[in-house]
Design a protein around this ligand. Structure first.
Ligand code: HH2
Length: 295
């Protein structure tokens, strides 16, 4: 893994990417595939957010609409009702940057006004108005943008995903999105790219993509990887149910970091923190006598 001095601007907060960072997942939904219904009340969401910061999360990703395969879309009013009070409360209380996981341009604007420092769009800012909302947030508020690859839409994306070469096609898509963002004046230091594991991809596609991560990391902007508790982890571990996918997810996160990922989007913050700490302490290419313990 190459270490350079990349930083990510997230509104008025800066994330130093000299080492891989942990994005804790906070789904304030009744139906997310892993933590759905656990943090639907605001007090539950705040408690989980505090716990993740204490466990070592470097930023939090707040989502009000599940994007699991077959998920039912929610209205703007409902997504707003779920997400905005949580962002407002956390913004005042926590130090870590807050990301909002949404495809809706109206919510992007409102979340930034409420204090979000990152927009994370699994649809790559392709919905009508999303790109404009993202440009304004990035240019006027210094917000970071995470653009992700998805083939199809959550309702149908797993029906028959097809690629000739998944790494080449996903890489081409991400290059194009980065060119578009930079062309509109978004600085490189505010862009993250994400291959979108499980979004319109079979197990074979996900495995090929994972093996190609170092090529995707070479595109330029920091790479975000989200494989936490996903079906690919369950399938590779012999149809392991979601509740048993934590250790496998931490290992996969570590491998992603080794391949160049700078941000890991995870449910299991403490396990990922420990995996990264051991990796940073023990990796053979360290060789400079420095000590990362306590990070
Ligand atoms: N995966 C999920 C949601 N948002 N955002 C990015 N950038 N990358 C991802 O891989 C990604 C994402 C799906 O996971 P989760 O939020 O746990 O579940 P659900 O969509 O059911 O809420």
């Amino acid at each position: 893994m190459t270490i350079d001095a990349a930083v990510l601007q997230c509104g008025d907060r800066i994330l130093d990417l000299a080492r891989p960072r942990i994005m804790g997942i906070l789904n304030v939904t009744p139906d997310s595939f892993s933590d759905g219904g656990h943090h639907a009340r605001i007090d539950q969401a705040l408690a989980r957010a505090r716990a993740m910061q204490a466990e070592g999360a470097d930023l939090l990703d707040i989502g009000g609409e599940s994007t699991r395969p077959g998920a039912i879309p929610v209205t703007l009013e409902e997504e707003r009702r779920r997400v905005l009070p949580v962002i407002e409360a956390l913004r005042a209380e926590l130090d870590v940057p807050l990301s909002v996981d949404t495809m809706k341009p109206e919510l992007m604007r409102e979340a930034v006004a409420a204090g979000a420092g990152m927009l994370n769009d699994v649809n790559g800012f392709r919905a009508a108005g999303a790109l404009e909302a993202a440009f304004v947030a990035a240019r006027e508020h210094g917000v970071a943008l995470c653009t992700m690859h998805m083939q199809g839409e959550p309702q149908s994306m797993q029906q028959a995903p097809q690629y000739r070469d998944v790494v080449v096609e996903v890489g081409g898509f991400l290059r194009q999105r980065v060119a578009e963002l930079e062309g509109a004046g978004v600085p490189r230091g505010q862009i993250l790219i994400d291959p979108g594991f499980g979004f319109g991809k079979t197990l074979d596609h996900n495995v090929a993509l994972f093996r190609g991560l170092s090529r995707l990391a070479g595109i330029g902007p920091p790479l975000l990887v989200g494989v936490s508790r996903k079906s690919m982890i369950g399938q590779l571990l012999g149809e392991r149910p979601v509740a048993g996918r934590g250790p496998g997810s931490a290992v996969a996160g570590l491998l992603a970091a080794q391949a160049g990922a700078r941000v890991l989007r995870v449910h299991d913050v403490a396990a990922t923190r420990d995996a990264l700490a051991l990796y940073l302490a023990l990796r053979p290419d360290r060789g400079d006598g420095q000590d990362d313990r306590g990070n």
